[in-house]
Design a protein around this ligand. Sequence first.
Ligand code: FES
Length: 176
Amino acid sequence: MAEDDPDRRRFLGVATCAVGGAAALAVGVPVLRLVIAPAGTTTVTGPSEPLDLGPIDRFRVGAEPRKVEIIAPIVKDAWTAARNVVLGAAFLRRPTADKVIALSAVCPHLGCAVGWDAAAKNFLCPCHDSRFEADGPKLDGPSERGLDPLPVTIVDGRLRLTWVRYKLGIAERETL
Ligand code: FES
């Protein structure tokens, strides 16, 4: 009988496998691409452009360093976009009318937030007692280097700061 023909049965088996495999590929490949697409690519993008910190007049000439939150208008990852994301904090000082010094508030030792010690007129990290001069160099403690500077410019009377993250726990200053 035709139903018992071994060639026909073999053909039907191969055809079934081929159709099933093609269907699995048609569904599986796009799903796999969707899942692994972000791997190996930069999926979170923070601002590499300078951020506007407002009028330079906010910072009085000769005043002590002032802590400012650094907020990105938008940060994107592969699927979402978040607005007004706090990236960190910086201490800004304006020694002269046309000069501003900005230091990251991230301790270069292990990343705690440093604070301004008004009595000692220097920065102190509360985690392991590293101390830093008002302009950033290390004074004391386990930190391998001084506070990290952040690029600032004054454009049309407004202060613009570029947020930079550095590697922690090393003497050299390397960006992440
Ligand atoms: S994290 Fe600042 S001294 Fe350790």
